[in-house]
Design a protein around this ligand. Structure first.
Ligand code: BES
Ligand code: ZN
Ligand code: ZN
Length: 490
C-alpha cells in the first residue's frame, strides 16, 4: 500500500505529487527546488502571479503539463512555517485529498520533507498526512446499486524523504491506522438499523477478536437475566432483536489490574420507547450507537498498534422500541449494582444501559472507565456540535483524556457535576435514582446518572450527541491515543 524512499522524487510516475507549501514568502527552495527546476522555473512564476496559491489550511491542484511524469501537483497550504503543526497539516491535506479525489487518483507520491519544519518532524508530518488523507477518502456507499458508487480509490502511496525510512514508515502506519479505525466507526454508524442490529455489532466485535486475538464474551438475554442486569434489560425488553452485552479484552501480558476500559452506548435505534420521539426527532436515530462505534474503532487501532497496556471494551447493544412488552414510564427497575431506578422517561435509555455496562466493567476489573455515548440533546444546546461534553469524578484522569483529545484534535469541554445535581438524580419517591429529573441541566443529569454507577472508580463520561453528528467517528482517535500513551504508574 505504501512505500517510503530516500532519493529524488521528480521521476515518479504517480497520478499526483503531494507537496506542502509554506507561506510568506511562498518559495520553491530547499527540498522543493528540484521541483521548480523540473518546471523550468515556471512554478515560481505561477505563484508570483497568483495563479497558484494555497493559503493556510487550503489546497490547490495544478496539471504538470509534461514537466513531470506525474500527472498533477497537489499543494497543501501550511501557512507560516513557524505556525505549522500537526493540525494545520491535517486540515490542508484533507482539502488536498478532496480536491485530488475529483480526478480519481489511484496513486500519489508525497514529498514529505516539504511538510517538515523546526517544530514538525518527518514522523509527525507523516502521521498527519496519512491520517488526513485516509480520513478524507472515506465514503459511505451504503446500499446504492452498482454504478452509483464513487470513483476509484487510492491504492498506492509513495513517500519521499531524507529521514529514516523505517521510522517514517512506522509513522505512516500509525496515521493510516488511526484513519481506518475512525472510518470503521463511521461505517458502523452510517449503516441503517435494520442492517446494524445488536447481533451485527456483536458479529463485528467477534471479527475484531479473531483478527487481533482479543478475548471476547457476548452476554445473551438469558445470561443477563441470571446476573440481574435489570437496567439494560428494561431497555431491551420491548425488542425482538436479541440484545447483546459485548466485552472485548486486549491482554498484551498477564497483568489484568486497573484496566483502562471503554464503555460504549450501542442503541442501534432509539424510538424513545413509550416516551416516543417526534417524527422529526426520530430520524437519524440509527446513529445512537455512535459511542459503541467509536469504542470498536478504537479497539481496531489498538489491535493494529499493540500498545503495552491492557484495554477492555464493554458495549451495551440493543434497540429502544415499543411493543406490548416494552418498559414504561413509572416502572421501577433494579440495576446490576442493586440500585433501583424509577423510569420517568423511556427516552432516557442510554444512561440505563450504560449503568449496567459500567457496573459490569467494574466486575471485570476496570480501573479507569470512559463511557462514550450519544446521550443527550441537552449537550447540543449547551455546547454546540463541535465539542464533546465531558463529566468526571476524577480530575487527573480527565486531564489525561483532555490531553489525548488535544492530540487528536477532537475537542472536549468539561461540564460540572455538583452536589445539587446529584441530589436531583437521587430524587425519586419510590427508588434510589430517577432516570429523568427534568430538563434543567439535562446533559449533566444524564452523565451524572452514569457516575452513580462508576462510584469511586476514576471515570470520564463523553457525551457525543452533537459532536458525532458533526463528525461521525468522533472520539475513536482520542480513545486510541489514550490507550497508546504511556501510563503513569501510581
Ligand atoms: N439518543 C438520544 C440523544 C440524542 C439526541 C442523540 C439527539 C443524538 C441527537 C437520547 O437517548 C435521548 O433521547 N435523550 C433525551 C433525554 C431526555 C428524555 C431526558 C433527550 O436528549 O431529549
Ligand atoms: Zn433516548
Ligand atoms: Zn438514545
Amino acid at each position: 500500500m505504501f512505500t517510503v524512499k530516500n532519493g529524488p522524487f521528480t521521476e515518479t510516475a504517480a497520478d499526483a505529487v503531494l507537496v506542502g507549501l509554506f507561506d510568506k514568502p511562498l518559495k520553491f527552495e530547499g527540498v522543493l527546488e528540484p521541483l521548480d527546476q523540473a518546471f523550468s522555473g515556471n512554478l515560481t512564476e505561477l505563484v508570483k502571479n497568483g495563479d497558484v496559491s494555497a493559503k493556510k489550511g487550503e489546497a490547490a491542484i495544478v496539471p504538470t503539463l509534461g514537466y513531470l511524469q506525474a500527472k498533477r501537483l497537489v499543494f497543501a497550504g501550511l501557512g507560516k512555517d513557524k505556525e505549522t503543526d500537526f493540525h494545520v497539516i491535517h486540515e490542508a491535506v484533507t482539502k488536498a485529498a478532496k480536491l485530488a479525489e475529483k480526478s480519481g487518483l489511484e496513486s500519489i507520491a508525497v514529498i514529505l520533507d516539504s511538510f517538515v519544519t523546526e517544530n514538525v518532524t518527518a514522523v509527525e508530518a507523516a502521521e498527519a498526512v496519512f491520517e488526513a488523507w485516509f480520513l478524507a477518502q472515506f465514503h459511505y456507499t451504503g446500499y446504492r446499486t452498482p454504478g452509483n458508487e464513487p470513483e476509484k480509490l487510492l491504492t498506492s502511496v509513495l513517500v519521499f524523504t531524507e529521514s529514516d525510512p523505517a521510522e517514517v514508515k512506522a509513522a505512516c502506519k500509525v496515521g493510516q491506522t488511526m484513519a481506518m479505525g475512525t472510518n470503521t466507526a463511521r461505517r458502523l454508524t452510517a449503516t441503517p438499523s435494520n442492517m446494524m442490529t445488536a447481533s451485527d455489532l456483536a458479529d463485528h466485535a467477534q471479527e475484531l477478536a479473531g483478527r487481533y486475538k482479543f478475548e471476547i464474551e457476548v452476554l445473551e438475554r438469558e445470561d443477563m437475566e441470571k446476573i440481574g442486569m435489570g437496567a439494560f434489560l428494561a431497555v431491551a425488553q420491548g425488542s425482538v432483536a436479541p440484545p447483546k452485552m459485548i466485552t472485548l479484552k486486549y491482554k498484551p501480558h498477564e497483568d489484568w489490574e486497573n484496566v483502562l476500559t471503554f464503555v460504549g452506548k450501542g442503541i442501534t435505534f432509539d424510538t424513545g420507547g413509550y416516551s416516543i420521539k417526534s417524527k422529526e426527532g426520530i430520524v437519524g436515530m440509527k446513529t445512537d450507537m455512535g459511542g459503541a462505534a467509536a469504542v470498536l474503532g478504537a479497539m481496531e487501532i489498538i489491535g493494529e498498534l499493540q500498545p503495552d497496556q491492557p484495554v477492555m471494551a464493554v458495549i451495551a447493544a440493543t434497540d429502544n422500541v415499543i411493543s406490548a412488552n416494552a418498559f414504561k414510564p413509572d416502572d421501577v427497575i433494579t440495576s446490576l449494582s442493586g440500585k433501583t431506578i424509577e423510569i420517568k422517561n423511556t427516552d432516557a435509555e442510554g444512561r440505563l444501559v450504560l449503568a449496567d455496562a459500567v457496573t459490569y466493567a467494574k466486575q471485570q476489573r476496570a480501573g479507569k472507565i470512559i463511557d462514550v455515548a450519544t446521550l443527550t440533546g441537552g449537550v447540543i444546546i449547551a455546547l454546540g456540535k463541535d465539542k464533546t461534553g465531558a463529566i468526571t469524578n476524577n480530575e487527573p484522569f480527565f486531564e489525561q483524556v483532555l490531553e489525548a483529545s488535544r492530540e487528536s484534535g477532537e475537542m472536549i469541554w468539561q461540564l460540572p457535576l455538583t452536589e445539587h445535581d446529584k441530589k436531583r438524580i437521587r430524587s425519586s419517591d419510590v427508588a434510589d435514582l430517577n432516570n429523568s429529573p427534568g430538563r434543567d441541566g439535562h446533559a449533566i443529569m444524564g452523565g451524572g446518572f452514569i457516575g452513580e454507577f462508576a462510584e469511586d472508580t476514576p471515570w470520564v463520561h463523553l457525551d457525543i450527541a452533537g459532536s458525532a453528528e458533526m463528525s461521525p467517528g468522533v472520539m475513536t482517535r482520542t480513545l486510541a491515543i489514550l490507550a497508546l500513551s504511556e501510563v503513569e504508574s501510581e
